[in-house]
Design a protein around this ligand. Structure first.
Ligand SMILES: [Ca+2]
Ligand SMILES: [Ca+2]
Length: 338
């Protein structure tokens, strides 16, 4: 009996050994280099200074054998980080080109120095270089509405027609809307902060209006269901606020929007991530509702938008709310993804 169990076990082991594995089910190539692996000439190209709005940098390095590499670029002021991984027997433009985007909710800043770190799977030795950003990245299929860079306003300053923005609140003595320098801004060095109390329990605390330097924001040629309004939002961790957006149209083409005769579209309340830090919200323009269906032509006219409105509302009526907003954009095809 004992022998037959042994023979049966041996038979099972042999058949297991003979079984072929399915090569199509193999994962990505895995290469572990020896600890003694060393490389030469790691550097950023075409130079250690790069204008991300004009060029896509890449990295070069010669290697003694095929290896898995990882390059991490970290902005020393912004905290923006980009990781580039690849496999090859060299590092060059083919496998390390960086389009200027980041992996987190911070964007690389003009003027900042970045650390660049190269490592290989299997070896502990790391290689370093630096990269100085001379120009911020521009994103394809994106129209920037406002970045809040290079402008200063607060409630004690001019209250209208300021740098293409206008802001208002039911009680400006209880509401502060101002450009703000947080320790970590998602883009550049400034965002706008809203901090106020819902004085009349109507939820609305304060808002801003954005309009183009002349004429319309023109998004013609794009279908409304492929166009998104996006904003970076900073929460102080108190989960106190929601945002809502609206835009107005010049339906009759006379150059101005008239709220008693032309369309206004509203997003309704857009929830904000209440956890401390920056996050991105994106709303499809297609989801905006006609504020009054008996006014205007009732058609989304993306080529006749005269301005966008952004309001902060209290999450709970009668309470204080606060948040920051930065890098308001309109994107085509998909939500903004830095
Ligand atoms: Ca900014
Ligand atoms: Ca319309």
């Amino acid at each position: 009996m004992k022998n037959s169990i042994l023979i049966f076990t041996l038979f099972c082991m042999l058949s297991a050994c003979k079984r072929d594995y399915d090569k199509s089910k193999l994962g990505p190539e895995v290469i572990v280099v020896p600890e003694s692996f060393t490389v030469n000439g790691f550097s950023a190209n075409p130079s250690t200074f790069v204008n991300l709005s004009l060029e896509d940098p890449y990295f070069t390095c010669t290697m003694p054998q095929r290896a898995e590499f990882k390059i991490v670029v970290t902005g020393l002021l912004s905290g923006a980080q980009k990781s580039i991984s690849g496999t090859g027997d060299f590092i060059g433009a083919e496998n390390s080109t960086w389009t200027g985007d980041s992996d987190n909710n911070y964007m690389f800043r003009t003027g900042e120095e970045c650390s660049v770190e190269l490592s290989f799977h299997g070896a502990t030795k790391k290689y370093y270089d630096t990269l100085t950003i001379t120009g911020e990245n521009v994103y394809p299929k994106t129209t920037l509405i406002q970045s809040f860079e290079g402008i200063t306003f607060d409630k004690n300053g001019p209250n209208a027609a300021t740098y293409g923005n206008y802001f208002d609140a039911p009680d400006l003595s209880k509401t502060d809307i101002k450009t703000d320098k947080l320790l970590k801004t998602c883009q550049g060095t400034q965002s706008v902060s809203f901090d106020g109390v819902d004085v009349n329990s109507g939820y609305y605390i304060g808002g801003m209006y954005f309009y183009p330097s002349s004429g319309y924001y023109t998004f013609s040629g794009y279908e409304p269901d492929s166009v998104y309004l996006n904003a970076f939002v900073y929460s102080y961790g108190d989960n106190s606020a929601v945002l809502n957006f609206s835009f107005s149209e010049d339906d009759n083409g006379d150059g101005v929007s008239n709220s008693t005769s032309e369309d206004e579209w509203t997003s309704g309340d857009v929830p904000v991530n209440g956890a401390l830090g920056w996050s991105i919200i994106s709303v499809s323009l297609k989801s905006f509702l006609d504020r009054n269906s008996s006014i205007g032509n009732g058609i989304l006219n993306l080529n006749k938008i005269t301005g966008f409105n952004m309001n902060m509302n209290a999450k709970v009526a009668g309470t204080r709310a606060r948040l920051n907003v930065d890098y308001l954009t309109v994107t085509y095809g998909k939500p903004f993804n830095p």
